[in-house]
Design a protein. Structure first.
Length: 438
């Protein structure tokens, strides 16, 4: 059965991904992963705890060491790999052959080895090369399409193939990029991606016979986003993914717990439906449209790189969204994520919550339960962090307590219809928080 692989982001997100369908979580190793700026994991004790707790849930932990190092990085690579060699991880994802040699020297056969998408592996001869070097899995370049995957598996049937199925896409699809270094002085092929491809650019044209005379090109009031790719979404291709891809890889960068839960839940539900021979629930698949995202398309995985364009129109093999969903302009807010920490008081059950939205006693909230289906609850009581009664909580106020009928399960996601106001008698209370994004 196909494996669902979700990224770390934080310990809390790793546990949420594992609880809601991920079979494995890939965790950036401090100082050696491309996403260190986003993940901010610099504590080896938390890394160890993540591995232990994932495995206690019968999930796998994959360590990511996918930077492209310079000579000056070799010593820190060796010392860091030595530190993690006995943490008990299941696999290591790497991109550089020198890093692979160092991993083999310190870790030997204690882990499986996965080749990162950063290596830009596109063909079966390259896959066979790495498989002959005892690499167990290849995460293919995102330029590879499903027909090429079928051919790769035909020539190297024993290798595991992993492909990205959902999430943000780099301007350079395999992930190797020099824009970061050029524009901001950060080496994106180490751990300092600054998302330059998402920047708003001013574009100028120069007429051939008038050198030095530049005319600005304006697209709209938001500027021209020349390099920002649409987000990948392959939720409509369940059977093809299930038939040909061993591991479905999900990507999220700096996203919320809600995003983690929703995407993992949607794809794991799709995978389970394929395995059981049942029709997936469209309401659960629709979770991918309830999260903040750019316009979607189904990537080069299901389009020919030579003929398909991400900016194509609907009906050209491209999945897209409307402004009524969480497209590139709007981000849907969520109220917060309930933890499984709870207590009883005055015949009520209170759950711990760090809100991402303002909440008042008496509010009726649209929610998603842990199955991904929508319902409504009414907040009947709120307590402060010290468990004193309060009438309202504000955005990002940590560790408050909430009670509402129907909160029997943890990780219910609260999604307001829209930011606005609620009528509290003779006064209005603001319920939106413009600083919170999902």
């Amino acid at each position: 059965m196909a494996e669902i692989v979700s990224p770390w982001g934080s310990y809390k997100k790793a546990m949420m991904a594992a609880k809601y369908g991920a079979d494995a979580v890939y965790v950036g190793v401090p100082f050696l992963s491309l996403r260190m700026r986003q993940n901010k994991l610099k504590d080896f004790e938390i890394l160890k705890k993540t591995i232990v707790d994932l495995q206690a849930m019968w999930k796998k932990a994959y360590l990511t060491i996918n930077i492209f190092p310079r000579n000056t990085d070799i010593k820190i690579i060796e010392s860091t790999i030595e530190k993690i060699s006995d943490l008990g991880a299941d696999s290591v994802i790497f991109s550089d052959p020198g890093v692979y040699n160092t991993l083999k020297r310190y870790m030997g056969d204690k882990v499986n080895y996965h080749l990162s998408t950063q290596t830009s592996t596109l063909n079966y001869e390259a896959v066979k090369f790495w498989y002959d070097l005892w690499v167990d899995r290849v995460v293919l370049a995102r330029e590879v399409n499903i027909k090429e995957i079928v051919e790769i598996k035909k020539h190297v049937p024993k290798v595991e193939i992993e492909a990205f199925v959902h999430g943000a896409m780099c301007m350079t699809y395999s992930g190797r990029c020099l824009l970061w270094e050029y524009f901001s002085g950060r080496d994106g092929n180490k751990w300092e991606c600054s998302h330059v491809c998402r920047y708003k650019f001013k574009t100028y044209i120069e007429e051939e016979r008038r050198p030095g005379k530049f005319i600005q090109v304006d697209q709209d009031e938001s500027g021209t986003y020349l390099l920002s790719s649409k987000d990948l979404c392959t939720i409509q291709h369940g059977q093809e993914l299930y038939d040909h891809v061993d591991s479905w890889k999900i990507e999220w960068r700096s996203k919320s717990e809600f995003y983690v839960w929703a995407v993992t839940k949607a794809y794991s539900h799709l995978r389970d439906s394929m395995a059981n021979g049942t029709e997936p629930n469209p309401e659960i698949l629709e979770l991918v449209n309830k999260i903040p995202h750019r316009y979607y398309w189904d990537g080069f995985l299901f389009n020919d790189i030579r003929t398909s364009k991400p900016e194509g129109e609907p009906g050209e093999g491209i999945i897209t969204t409307t402004q009524d969903t969480a497209g590139p302009v709007k981000t849907k807010q969520y109220i917060g994520v309930i933890t499984d920490i709870k207590f009883e008081k005055d015949d009520k059950t209170y759950f711990q919550l760090t809100p991402k939205h303002n909440i008042l006693v008496g509010d009726t909230l649209q929610v998603l339960d842990d199955s991904g289906l929508e319902k409504e609850i009414t907040v009947d009581s709120l307590l402060s962090k010290t468990k004193e009664p309060i009438e309202r909580v504000t955005c990002n106020h940590p560790d408050i307590w909430i009670s509402a009928e129907g909160l029997a399960e943890w990780n219910i996601m609260y999604i307001p219809e829209k930011a606005g106001t609620v009528d509290k008698g003779d006064k209005e209370e603001t319920t939106g928080c413009i600083n919170c994004k999902g």
